[in-house]
Write a protein that binds this ligand. Structure first.
Ligand SMILES: Cc1cc2nc3c(=O)[nH]c(=O)nc-3n(C[C@H](O)[C@H](O)[C@H](O)COP(=O)(O)OP(=O)(O)OC[C@H]3O[C@@H](n4cnc5c(N)ncnc54)[C@H](O)[C@@H]3O)c2cc1C
Length: 395
């Protein structure tokens, strides 16, 4: 199998990062180094989630990397988590997306959870014994989250949930789910509309079911599926945050999640550029007489590098702002938009540049092309990000 040299874009001597942050990067690299190309290709081909790898990654502290110690947090930060995501995406480490969603699910428990919820879920999540998934999207409510139809009403000491969530990353393998549902009738009598509310739902709760599993173009191997609530009984104490404030809970998580996607996309862009450079250098060394012909493509490679560095700068600016406590959803939107569009552009142009070599699965370039396309869609499509950024300008 073809093994290519991956650039070490963030060098050990980079003054932008602290020794602790570079320590997490080193651990991420060491983890990825243990995977063979066969491992990486198989999860994509078989569309199979590697729970074993996820658990191993939690033993390294990755499962709670950006959280403070206390409930199992690893004491890192979002810059470190971004470095890990960039590294994992560059090399298509098969658990990357589930790890990102796992952090996304712990975030609202840290921020809005009761002490009992923190004690119950966070240590198990950090250890990798509980995998989290995030249930927002529905068949008729994607970009427009206000259209959520999954319902919840209080009945004695529990809420009863009904509805379907779709395209849920880790859905078929998770143990707990952050779920947004519309509480329509609190007392079961008045019909009073309370609004969208967040719940923590466990896989074993009565009435919880796994629905259709998806065999997608990109982001394969992440147990992505529908989850179905069929008179699902959720204990009252599993309400997360305040009644009617579910969108606030979701948005505060997504503000950080979009930075995670931006870091992943920066890694995809780097991986695609690395593949193009690798093949190009090989062609030049093997066909010296065609050096002039190849030279016409050099400006394109240069442009890719500059666009990638711009995406990287925006991504780490957004990650740094989270770590400073000034998390800014507008900056997160810009980073997600720029990095995923850049990754898609670089992957597309690199495949065109390399011709049939670009489609060789061993290069991971066609895989990055498929994953980057999905990256432009999830956690808010890039069309929606553009609209949100404009609205922020005009408000
Ligand atoms: C790989 C993958 C993993 C995912 N994982 C999760 C997950 O873990 N949890 C979860 O809850 N969801 C998940 N999703 C769902 C994802 O968040 C949605 O796909 C996304 O929000 C878009 O919703 P939609 O697919 O229904 O598209 P739609 O909202 O139907 O949009 C269709 C098209 O119309 C455009 N559009 C829609 N409204 C507007 C508008 N007002 N202005 C301009 N253009 C507009 C969109 O940009 C898009 O191009 C995942 C999706 C994918 C592909």
């Amino acid at each position: 199998m073809l093994q290519i040299t991956r650039s070490e874009q963030v060098s050990g001597a980079n003054p932008l990062y602290t020794p602790e942050q570079l320590g997490w990067l080193k651990k991420a690299r060491a983890f990825a180094d243990k995977l063979t190309l066969e491992d990486i290709l198989a999860s994509d081909k078989e569309n199979a989630f590697r729970r074993d790898l996820f658990e191993l990654s939690c033993q390294e502290g990755f499962g709670a990397l950006p959280f403070k110690a206390g409930f199992g947090g690893s004491g890192g930060d979002y810059v470190s988590f971004s470095l890990l995501n960039e590294e994992f995406a560059k090399r298509c480490v098969p658990i990357m997306s589930s790890l990102g969603v796992h952090i996304l699910c712990q975030e609202p428990i840290y921020r809005f959870g009761t002490d009992a919820q923190k004690s119950r879920y966070l240590p198990l999540a950090a250890q990798g014994k509980y995998l989290g998934a995030f249930g927002l999207t529905e068949p008729a409510a994607g970009s427009d989250t206000a259209a959520i139809e999954t319902s919840a009403h209080l009945k004695g000491d529990h809420y009863v949930l009904n509805g379907t969530k779709t395209f849920i990353t880790s859905g078929a393998s998770a143990d707990f789910y952050i779920v947004m549902a519309r509480v329509t009738d609190l007392a079961g009598e008045t019909g009073e509309a309370i609004g969208i509310t967040s719940f923590i739902v466990e896989r074993d709760f009565p009435g919880f079911e796994i629905g259709q599993k998806f065999d997608m173009l990109g982001m394969r191997g992440y147990a992505t599926c529908e989850i179905v609530f069929n008179d699902c009984h959720v204990p009252k104490e599993n309400l997360l945050g305040n009644l009617g404030e579910g969108r606030k809970v979701a948005l505060s998580s997504l503000a950080k999640g979009r930075v995670t996607i931006a870091a992943q996309a920066t890694g995809w862009g780097q991986g695609a550029l690395d593949a193009a450079v690798h093949v190009f250098k090989k062609r030049i060394s093997e066909n010296r007489s065609r050096r002039q012909e190849y030279a016409q493509f050099e400006p394109l490679l240069g442009k890719m590098q500059v666009e990638l560095e711009a995406a990287r700068a925006l991504t780490y600016q957004a990650a740094f702002s989270i770590d400073c406590g000034t998390s800014d959803i507008n900056l997160a939107s810009m980073a997600k938009l720029k990095a995923t569009d850049t990754a898609m552009d670089i992957a597309t142009q690199a495949i065109s540049l390399l011709g049939e070599d670009g489609l060789n699965p061993d290069l991971l370039l066609e895989r990055i092309f498929r994953d980057a396309k999905a990256g432009q869609i999830y956690e808010g499509t890039n069309q929606i990000q553009r609209m949100l950024i404009a609205r922020n300008l005009l408000k």
